[in-house]
Design a protein around this ligand. Sequence first.
Ligand code: FAD
Length: 532
Amino acid sequence: MTENTFDTVVVGGGVAGLTATAYLARAGQKVLLIEKNSECGGLVNTFSRDGFLFDAGVRALLNAGIIFTMLKDLNIQVEVVKSPVSLGIENEILHINDVDSLSEYRDLLIKIYPESSGEIHVLIRIIRKVMKHMDVLYGIENPVFKDMKRDVGFLFRKILPWFPRFIFTVRKINRMNIPVEEYLQTIIKDPSLRDIVSQHFFKNTPAFFALSYFSLYLDYFYPRGGVGKLSEALRGRVLELGGEIKTGRKVTGVFPDEHRVKDDQNTSFNYQNLIWAADLKTLYRIAETDTLPPEMKTKIEENRARILGNRGGDSVFTLFLEVNEPLESFGKIAHGHFFYTPSRQGLENTHRQELNDILGRFDKVSKEEVLAWLDKFAGRNTYEISIPGLKDAGMVPPGKTGVIISLLAEYDLFKLVKEAGWLDEFVSELENRVLRVISGSVYPMLKDKIVARFSFTPLSIESRIGSSEGGITGWAFQKVMPVINKIQIADRSVLTPLPSIYQAGQWAYSPAGVPMSILTGKLAADKVLKSA
Ligand SMILES: Cc1cc2nc3c(=O)[nH]c(=O)nc-3n(C[C@H](O)[C@H](O)[C@H](O)COP(=O)(O)OP(=O)(O)OC[C@H]3O[C@@H](n4cnc5c(N)ncnc54)[C@H](O)[C@@H]3O)c2cc1C
């Protein structure tokens, strides 16, 4: 084998690519991971600024029976702490500490919406059922990471009794595979209440996934030193196992008939198998398929049309603050991971119809009209607020607090504003509004204690991660999903019609996230090893 020839090349050094590379290296393959940024991790990343450590992407991690199982299997040590969640609506704040907090959530909702008490009881009963289903789905070490031949005890004691419950649960959850907004309409009349329950989920999130979140709040954990420690630990293990990593190189050409990729420095790498663990639109845009046999091309073209015709999921706008105020002041109010809605009114049609209207006639819309919409958008939204120092005090200089505030944001709006030439002004206006709302409600100390502020937009996510439409969990929930979205056939999600090319990560399966990216990374590595 020449220097640039590998058993497997993996493109994309997020958690999916890192997982796939680690497993292939462990199996003794000559494997290369190519990452476009100078560091690995993708959306699982922590960076430092002025002595503050901030998480750039995901704020805390969900085990889902996957992350700890993978870490144990690969013999990776990551020091973690629990990452408790608080929920807040206006002045009411609830700290979620165990399953009993669901009753407190019910009481909180009834206090705010007394006229919907009966419907809230129904909602809570459904959430309780969904939590039981989640216990079945995630309450077991994921068998994909277990060696059943060696661990016969696990097979007999755990898998065999679990499997019928799994099948039963999958059937139940498939019945809730409709958009959460639509599902909630069948049980809740008040649109504000529906918004409060669902508006921090992506557009058309399947009802099961959305309503399972109460369970997931209890599952969040945080690596000491930031979420990026997970990626760092995986990267370290890849190198220990003999895998090779090249960072600062973007793959710009894929030539399946030659089993070759090319990077932006015009270097080629040959492979027997390729795992694409980055944005799938990019793969289908750059894959050179003209020289492939016609029967293969038909299938590829069908897939290309489906993939390129679809769009990435919702993106986020994130504001980072360096605050000259001790952690204790913030800790008295809420946990370090906090979902906060400043107004019981909810977004109503602000986000969807009014925004679509603005986007549809953007060239005729005045700045004032956009900013007036932004007022409502910021005032009635649900914020995900993370204070890394409340999870690990080592994340901030003594006496100070780093705050990360984000809300779901529409990529197309930022793109149009940029094309119209006023992105910086728009971002600054949005930052001002977010600060006004948050300092006028839950964290008044933000009014005059902010030392520095900066933000990331959907456009920054697109350019840093290469994520189409700035999507943070792969595909938008469209009627026809371009990838597998049924848990019982998740293993097929890594297959592509491109010869010897597998896909992994948040673009390979929907709904995605860190655990699913890791799972598909392992599944892709398994398929490669089987094919060898
Ligand atoms: C604010 C926020 C909150 C989130 N909250 C949650 C949550 O609560 N729970 C959850 O499970 N998930 C959450 N996520 C989503 C989760 O972080 C991602 O789905 C997951 O990290 C994706 O991992 P990945 O490896 O599949 O892809 P990515 O992290 O996107 O990695 C892809 C990698 O490929 C590289 N790349 C792209 N193109 C090329 C190229 N041409 N050549 C070489 N390299 C390339 C990129 O630079 C990147 O490093 C959140 C994300 C964000 C941003």
